[in-house]
Design a protein. Structure first.
Length: 198
């Protein structure tokens, strides 16, 4: 059955995400996306008028997928350590690292897409943790924001940077909550949370 309308658009986005991750922005082509999506170039361009617009839409899709997997600290029974560990685990997965590298590589040419990626991965995660700390730890918004910055910074540094540079092996695509405690050493994160929150 041929896809049409919103169903075709969503299918194109999923396919394009894979093409961008495999090839990078520069080498990815609209021809390849159309072929893999089993649609015509005309249909592809009807939904996305340029590769830049398609990339921006893929960033939005990645944001939705990421935030759906991260959730909020409340979803971890209020365990800030587990929220921070999940944040790091998601960042260290191979697709996330490739997306981050692509966002960095295209930041000058496509600043809005890169800013959207930053917002999706870092700013929104920070906001979720800040909101939780205000609502559940009775911190002021300013103190909660500073604490969230410290905790998320300590969570990702230096593992994310090592992984981005290829010094540390990425986690597999299948890394999920069932492998969280084997993928991520919780002890240093718990120590940072205990120092920050008492």
């Amino acid at each position: 059955m041929a896809r049409r309308g919103d169903a075709l658009r969503e299918h194109i986005l999923v396919v394009a995400k894979d093409v961008f991750l495999e090839s990078g922005f520069e080498r990815a082509s609209m021809d390849v996306v159309a072929a893999r999506a089993e649609t015509s170039k005309r249909s592809l361009y009807a939904h996305f008028e340029s590769k830049d617009k398609l990339f921006a839409a893929v960033v939005t899709l990645a944001r939705e997928m990421y935030l759906d997997k991260l959730k909020t600290p409340a979803d971890y029974d209020g365990d800030v350590t587990l929220f921070c560990a999940r944040f790091l685990q998601l960042l260290l997965r191979e697709p996330a690292l490739r997306t981050c590298r692509m966002g960095i590589a295209e930041a000058e040419r496509l600043p809005e897409a890169s800013a959207g990626y930053y917002d999706a991965i870092f700013a929104t995660s920070h906001d979720r943790l800040t909101t939780f700390l205000v609502e559940n730890r009775a911190l002021t918004p300013e103190t909660a924001g500073e604490t969230a910055t410290e905790l998320l910074g300590r969570t990702v540094h230096p593992r994310l940077f090592r992984a981005l540079l290829g010094v540390e092996k990425p986690l597999p695509v299948t890394a999920d909550l069932t492998t969280l405690t084997t993928d991520i050493d919780l002890a240093p994160i718990r120590a940072a949370v205990d120092r920050a929150l008492g």
